[in-house]
Design a protein. Sequence first.
Lengths: 326, 277
Amino acid sequence: MIRYYLEFERPIEELELKIDELKRASDGKDIDISSEIRKLEKKVNDLRSEIFSSLTPWQKTLIARHPDRPYTMDYINMMTSDFVELHGDRRFADDPAVIAGMAKINGIAITIAGHQKGRGIKERIYRNFGQPHPEGYRKALRVMKLAEKFKKPVITFIDTPGAYPGIGAEERGQAEAIAVNLMEMSKLKTPIISVVIGEGGSGGALALGIADRMYMLEHASYSVISPEGCAAILWKKNGDLSAADFSKAADALKLTAQDLMDFKIIDGIIPEPLGGAHRDPEAMAKSVSDFILNAIEELKTRTQAKLLEDRYKRFRKIGTFVEEAE
Amino acid sequence: MAWFKKTKEIRTDRKGKIPEGLWVKCDGCREIIYRKEIEKNLKICPKCNYHFRISARERLKLLVDEGSFIEMDENMTSADPIHFKDAVSYKERLKENQKKTGLLEAVISGDALIKGYPASLILMDFSFMGGSMGSVVGEKVSRAAERALEKKQPLVSIASSGGARMQEGIFSLMQMAKVSAVIGRLRDNGILYLSILCDPTFGGVTASFATLGDIIIVEPKSLVGFAGPRVIEQTIKQPLPDNFQRADFLLEHGLIDMVVDRKNLRDTLARLFELFS
């Protein structure tokens, strides 16, 4: 398998390539170098622990966008059964950048909506790199309304660079589609649990993110603007921006799961396998599933009135300001 | 003083403020117009009806019954929740903008009478950090909506904004959720909400309260959308249609109810209050 390494993982890559080489060299031959390999494997593990214990916000952003990272459809496949995908917003089209449907998780029927980025060039283009058009948000809302009608919990997976900036998207009311989701989700009469599995890109992410429980994977990001966008506005070098600028912007934006936990915006951080979710997708899916099941269990005892009041208050109280007269 | 003040700025289609000098070039029709003539005309170009940007205070004067406005939350100012670091700190930037505009934040809110009809008001000011929405804007919008709910009177918002305020990070993003949830309560309780969009309104403001009005009104030729035209152009690498994201484009695509001249806004609002009461 060809693995994809990020820039800061180069030392890990070198070691892993060496291990592969040794394994190949010893394959079918009479020399025993397994102790040598074990030593290297330990070294790689230590190195990875070291690198991943001190990731910068920009490095986390890159992991959140890693092309091998599990996407919504992967989680659906790994942690649910009986998935039925539902299509279309009944108004204009079906948007492949959003997946919606029903499934069972541990025997419990749920409704799912999530961004889907797509793997490989062809699918990426088909999924528009996970950037929805208005019909994607409207499809998600339609399915959430179904959940409300049949009293099923809603699970949303967030993973998008943002809502698509295009002519058609504007013509069909991108802003209104997002706004309506925010409003309708804030009063949807069924529990909503939201997990940021990768990139939480601004309003296009938030449009699936109004929830009673909000979790982020350990290396996921959630931000009002991308570090690139922020850097372009602040330093206006237009095209001349470097990774160092993005890194500075990522620092300033406070977009990591740890930041959002400190700000009390999210309810929990779901730990990732060493090296990121893509290093062990099955284990990752198991953890995500555990968090979701716990949340479903917790929320199902709430009365509807209490659920809605708590959700309203959760968002109503966000914000910091100073009120005394000068 | 010279007859023409030479401005070296590169002309763009999205520059709405009236430049200094005796004569002004209109951004709508590119005609040279005597400045006083525009000011006499509520800052509307007499040739092409282009509506220049005006401040929240100026709007207030045009809209409400004289002396009826009671400002609320007027001392609310921004904290610095994420300690945003840039060459200029967020706090300094706020101070600069306060000095420049005479406002404490990008929005003025309160209660007033419009032709005798009581209403809760939200007026954004683009000159304060591009009318961006951070915690203060989100909170003032929410409180204005809650007052409308409590007093059972209509809510009127006049938006003009570049979107969510970057310098408050995730807190700004979450203001979109907050204000949308509050507007949801108006919907469920039969409170009329009239949303007026002015040049320009984008991003987190259009993607939250501004497009949730029962009635949406846009000023002539205003630029309104989700993503800014420059971002779209860079993304699709094609030139944009001529009237893209302009008021008539929005009307044509069914995104708004009507385009109303600044001069007629007060009468239009009063008529709607009457019809919905």
